[in-house]
Design a protein. Sequence first.
Length: 231
Amino acid sequence: MTKKERATEAADAAFQPGTDLQLAAFGLDSDWAGRILAGDALFVTDEQQRIRAWSAGAQRVLGYSADEVLGRRCYEVVMGRHPEGHPVCSLDCHVTRNAGHGRGTAAYEVMSTGRDGAARYLSTSVLVLEEKRGTFRVIHLMHESAETPPTRPLPEQEAVAGEGVGLAETLTRRELEVLRLFARGESLEGVAAALSIRVLTARNHASNIQHKLGVANRLQMVLEGLRRGLV
């Protein structure tokens, strides 16, 4: 048994089922968090890749109820792989490794298998929430393509794709850049440095995005951007 496998086995022994994540603990008001959990195909994993929350939307997409998956390893349930066949979801996958280093992961596409045995083509966006040192949660937001493997839009198409998502006001190209940097885990200072703007300007962009998306804070902003396909 490898060192990683021994650590996983020890974590399994210590894990207490039924401790699914409450998103409100991360600054999400209960009504908003409830809407996200009820309406979107979303699940949350911890640093050991255990599923800690599983939304009704995730059940609709993959067919598994929360009772069936909470506490299980995400790769045992989602079993994501490239359309060519090689696995994406696995022990110590790239999403978990990046999260362990405080980094996000760009949206990626996988082919999964639902509870009914049928293939599901999923585009997945992730958001890392850091907790105590060495621990974290990863929010996975899945979008399903009914028939064919989804393809990521070309860079010049991304802003256009975001214009039809039902926003009260359309995000500018700069605001989309700011939103995507926040989704990668950047701070205000990091966004300002990446775009060569002042921190105050970055803060103003963030406030404008929150207003346009109808959310109250930066975490809600990123999650709303993920669910609208802007990130």
